[in-house]
Ligand binder design. Structure first.
Ligand SMILES: [Zn+2]
Length: 135
C-alpha cells in the first residue's frame, strides 16, 4: 500500500469528500476544517512540496485553486479567502504530498491567520534584497 495518504486519496483508496477532479488535479475537503469549505488541492502525481514540484504541475494546481475560489464565492458567499501552502519541516508541513489550502473567509469568522512580523530593519531589507537577487 502506498504510504502517502494523499496518493491513496487520489487513487480512491481512502475516503474523502472530493469537490473537483480533472486528469492531473484533485480537490477535497480538509478533514479538520478551519472554516466551512476548507479545501485541499493536490496534484495526483506525488510531489513532496514547493521545493520539488515542477512548474507545469504547480500551474495545474493553481489553476484549479483559482477556479474553485471563483466557484466558492458564488456558492457559499465567502467574503475573503486565504490561500496557503506549507512546505518543509520549518514550514510546518504535516502531510508530505504537495497541497494548497483554500480557506474561505467570512465576516467575523474569528480565524486568526496573520503571522506576527519581525521588526523592520532597513539595512536588513537591503542586504536580504541583494542576497535574494544574486544567483
Ligand atoms: Zn503522495
Amino acid at each position: 500500500m502506498d504510504p502517502c495518504i494523499f496518493c491513496r486519496i487520489a487513487q480512491g483508496m481512502e475516503p474523502s469528500y472530493p469537490v473537483f477532479e480533472n486528469k492531473h488535479v484533485l480537490a477535497f475537503l480538509d478533514n479538520n476544517p478551519f472554516t466551512q469549505g476548507h479545501t485541499l488541492v493536490i496534484p495526483k502525481r506525488h510531489y513532496i512540496n514547493m521545493f520539488d514540484i515542477d512548474e507545469e504541475a504547480l500551474e495545474e494546481v493553481v489553476s484549479v485553486v483559482h477556479l474553485l475560489v471563483k466557484r466558492y464565492e458564488k456558492i457559499i458567499g465567502m467574503s475573503g479567502v486565504d490561500i496557503l501552502n506549507l512546505s518543509g519541516v520549518d514550514g510546518q508541513q504535516t502531510v508530505y504530498h504537495f497541497h494548497i489550502h483554500i480557506i474561505p473567509r467570512f465576516p467575523a469568522d474569528n480565524l486568526v491567520s496573520w503571522i506576527k512580523s519581525i521588526p523592520r530593519v532597513e539595512s536588513d531589507l537591503k542586504s536580504t534584497q541583494k542576497k535574494l537577487m544574486s544567483d
